[in-house]
Design a protein around this ligand. Sequence first.
Ligand code: FAD
Length: 395
Amino acid sequence: MADKFDVVIVGAGAAGLMCAAETGKRGRSVLVVDHGKKPGRKILISGGGRCNFTNYDVAANNFVCRNPHFVKSALSQYTQWDFIAMIAKHDIGYEERDHGQLFCEDSAKEIVSMLLAECDLPTVEQRYRCDVHSISKTETGFSLKLNANTVECESLVIATGGLSMPKLGATPLGYQVAEQFGLKMVPTTAGLVPFTLHKEEKEAFAELSGIAIPVAVDAEDGTHFKENLLFTHRGLSGPVILQISSYWTPGQKVTIDLLPDLDLAETFNVMREKHPNQSLKNSLSRLLPKRLIEALIERGDLSDKPLKQYNEKEITAMAAYFHQWAIAPNGTEGYRTAEVTLGGVDTDELSSKTMEAKKVPGLFFAGEVMDVSGWLGGYNFQWAWSSGYVAGQHA
Ligand SMILES: Cc1cc2nc3c(=O)[nH]c(=O)nc-3n(C[C@H](O)[C@H](O)[C@H](O)COP(=O)(O)OP(=O)(O)OC[C@H]3O[C@@H](n4cnc5c(N)ncnc54)[C@H](O)[C@@H]3O)c2cc1C
């Protein structure tokens, strides 16, 4: 005999736990299954162990989705303020960092404990180390073959997340379920991920590993971010690169303004007037890390002469070089280090008001498994909370 539940949720991550708590509060009997040995593993490691759980400013344009309107309903049904209220109810201390990002003061563990406390209802059962071998449609809902038994449910919620960080249990099960039920997919790729460089640039900049500088970056589609860039021994990282990576496709360039807060031509003229005999290297080393200037000179991108020897044409070219430093990444570090997966279940297949598949009544999706990814800054968790909440009201 199969165990019967009103709702089965596959995935005990951010979206699955939120959904379980909400569904359970409605008095529905819920089973949450996860193949991992404990819940919320990505939450635990997120934000350097402090979980950037949401942001004070959340809007549809903070998300990457083929249909930019899709996220609006869920984000308004369960807002950042609703999540902050839950945090306050559980007495979890938090702090604001740059750009409205909210982090736990103490530990991401508190977020997982809070979600588990919300799920601590007689209606909610959780099973870990539990594999899903197959899913099939029945007359009244769905049947799932699990490790040792079969369970049946009226509603099925797929909250299996994306493909990033396979070490933490990421699998393509959610995509396979979508395909099994004939739902379209948006091709997946790594997002919020460092860039790798072509051999020559990699070698030239490897010695800059560890240097961080504030820059502004533009993708070819015009998307613009201004934050820190970090040189690594593999390529480029830092928040600005992670952000722009979600708007980059292989073969494209990104344009980096290495001195976004000044007009280099103007500054150069002032420096030349004051110190005509000073070398370019020493002058520019006042504006940017010396090692970076040395690497650019060594590559032959800049010539090093006393400032008085530069003519207007050379100054204009140099200013353009620093303000529009064009880099064509070789690729990204991929799912191994990516924070999110771009693409996923096509949102055209889902109701934005309920997260239910339009052509498969009773089948819901929540969280990163669908074609919604947020910017760096707490947006991915906010999407998990909002979509998990919404699915939890209808499953
Ligand atoms: C290193 C890192 C740091 C991050 N930091 C932040 C941050 O600070 N702020 C932010 O907003 N976002 C952050 N993110 C992104 C965020 O963690 C995810 O977007 C979010 O966890 C997605 O929630 P989810 O519930 O959809 O998926 P997940 O949280 O990934 O949960 C999916 C669950 O499904 C389970 N599962 C998968 N396949 C199966 C299967 N076949 N059978 C059974 N169970 C399965 C997994 O074990 C997992 O428990 C970070 C991501 C990473 C990798």
